[in-house]
Design a protein around this ligand. Structure first.
Ligand code: NDP
Ligand code: BG6
Length: 513
């Protein structure tokens, strides 16, 4: 694969080629990895990227020779960057441990270069500095674009001009949002591919880096007891739930242009759905997994407006505190129709899932923070014990819950006899509670994803055809909502969301978990 403009690629960066470079310790002397965080003055860089890089360093997962550069327009010295970064680093591995010395060593390897995003000269100056640090070794480079997407192409273009002299691989990590709809996303992909080949583009969906999302395939494909049940024959419905107990605080300007469907459903929840529902991949190879994800996303029936409910939070007073409405944010127009909540029923048109409702729900300013997959199984045919459950037979069905956050857990609801002489039934949870089973802290999603990008492992990154199929699914719905100016149902801040979501679920005989 080549790019029209020469691009950033110098060595084909298949994951195997990368591991050949990165995996053999005797050759560690020979190569270096430079990571440039573009937009280093921003929120994500401070909150996630630098702390994740430090955590990787702290546990010895970064290559021996590495350099980190922050790049942004803000004027800062190396010392100022280090000071800014140091405030958000934590001793993640063991909070009791004092990792101050490691932090100092790490910070000494962080530098800053101020420049414009569309200046070839500024990027050429950065290149010069990178080369000094690379010291003539085989130089591999990562550019992490932690900036608004409208300047991605400028950066890639400018960086590519000076990159022709590097002798290793170059990879570019891009953050969502990848466009607002099918057309803008395709235009962004086309723009990036003027300078990069697909293998160099690492599109982040940080939900794929979460422990329990990664574990989904392990649960399905390495346990005999689950996969045979994983179909319409035994599963009644699947719920994919994302809820936050805070509003869009501070991000209203961004959010109002996107809304919850683009912000969470089209990416995080759809990715989880794809991993949940895909067929068994031929292998664990990134391409095999991504092929299956694309197939299942393409099999989802077009979304119907009558299967969608949207909401927006309104102000609410509780225990003397007034919680703001979405439109109280000064960066949000007072007549905004942007949904901060959405629920949808999706159907996969294939033999495995025919007729099974996949109910998605995502919302901000709700009563809890959680991300969960809930799988409700069918009733036991001819259940001998049905009288023990009275009229509420639903309570007798098995349910598998995969709690992605907070408090990671997998639990399966089963029916059992209450001990004693009579015959009374109860239901209990077989519970894998991660904090109890694995006291060691779970890595942050960004740690896993950054390490994978360094190692050239693409399994947890979104391929362009996956992105296209996700937008193909949601774009017609988004256009219809916007063209018809559908008004979101208002729900109080801190509540369970609009009642419409309950009616939607009830239409398919589902009760939200
Ligand atoms: P910021 O808005 O903080 O932007 C990052 C940096 O980019 C800023 O410090 C600023 O640096 C520069 N910048 C901001 N706006 C512009 C502009 N209009 N033109 C040129 N440069 C600009 O973003 P975040 O750090 O919050 O996020 C970075 C990326 O990650 C974005 O694409 C965002 O959508 C995405 N993202 C962020 C998440 C988060 O939690 N923050 C979560 C998921 C995705 P300077 O002025 O110094 O050049
Ligand atoms: C981001 C969304 O992608 O994910 C945010 O843009 C949301 O709106 C965030 O708050 C949630 O991520 P996490 O990891 O905190 O659940």
């Amino acid at each position: 694969e080549t790019t029209p403009n020469g691009g950033l690629l110098t060595i084909p960066s298949s994951s195997k080629a990368c591991r050949d470079i990165a995996g053999i310790s005797t050759r560690e002397e020979e190569y270096t990895v430079s990571i440039t965080v573009v937009g280093a003055s921003g929120d994500l860089a401070k909150k996630k990227i630098f702390p994740a890089l430090f955590a990787l360093y702290d546990e010895g997962s970064l290559p021996k020779h590495f350099t980190i550069f922050g790049y942004a327009r803000s004027k800062m010295t190396d010392a100022e960057l280090r000071n800014m970064v140091s405030k958000t680093l934590t001793c993640r591995l063991d909070k009791r441990e004092n990792c101050g010395e490691k932090m100092d060593q790490f910070l000494k390897r962080c530098f800053y270069h101020s420049g414009q995003y569309n200046s070839e000269q500024n990027f050429a100056d950065l290149d010069k500095k990178l080369k000094e640090h690379e010291g003539g070794k085989l130089s591999n480079r990562i550019f992490y674009l932690s900036i608004p997407p409208n300047i991605f192409i400028d950066v890639v273009k400018c960086a590519s001009k000076s990159a022709s002299s590097t002798n290793g691989w170059t990879r570019v990590i891009v953050e969502k949002p990848f466009g607002r709809d099918y057309e803008s996303s395709a235009a962004l992909t086309r723009g990036l591919k003027e300078y990069l080949v697909e293998d160099q583009i690492f599109r982040i969906d940080h939900y794929l880096g979460k422990e329990l999302v990664e574990n989904l395939s392990v649960l399905r494909f390495s346990n005999l007891v689950f996969e045979p049940l994983w179909s319409r024959q035994y599963i009644r419905n699947v719920q994919l739930i994302f809820s936050e107990e805070f509003g869009t605080e501070g991000r209203g300007g961004y959010f109002d242009n996107y809304g919850i469907i683009r912000d969470v459903m089209q990416n995080h929840l759809l990715q989880i759905l794809a991993l949940f529902a895909m067929e068994t991949p031929a292998s664990l190879d990134a391409e095999d997994i991504r092929n299956e994800k694309v197939k299942v996303i393409r099999s989802i029936k077009p979304l119907q407006l009558e299967n969608v409910v949207i909401g927006q939070y309104k102000s609410h007073k509780k225990r003397g505190i007034t919680y703001p409405a979405y439109t109280d944010d000064r960066t949000v127009p007072s007549d905004s129709l942007t949904p901060t909540f959405a629920a949808a029923a999706l159907f996969i048109d294939n033999a495995r899932w025919d007729g099974v409702p996949f109910l998605m729900k995502a919302g901000k300013a709700l009563h809890t923070r959680r991300a969960e997959i809930r799988v409700q199984f069918r009733h036991v045919p001819g259940n001998l014990y049905k009288r023990s459950f009275g009229t509420d037979l639903d309570r007798a069905t098995n349910e598998l819950v995969i709690r992605v956050q907070p408090d990671e857990a997998i639990y399966l609801r089963i029916n059992n006899k209450i001990p004693g002489l009579g015959m009374r039934l109860d239901h209990s949870d077989l519970n894998l509670h991660y904090a109890a089973r694995y006291p060691k802290e779970i890595p942050d999603a960004y740690e896993r994803l950054l390490l994978d990008a360094i190692e050239g492992e693409r399994r947890l990154f979104i391929r362009s055809d996956e992105l296209d199929s996700a937008w193909e699914l949601f774009t017609p719905l988004l256009k219809e909502l916007e063209e018809k100016k559908v008004a979101p149902e208002l729900y109080p801040y801190g509540s369970r969301g609009p009642v419409g979501a309950h009616y939607l679920a009830a239409k398919y005989n589902v009760r939200w978990g």
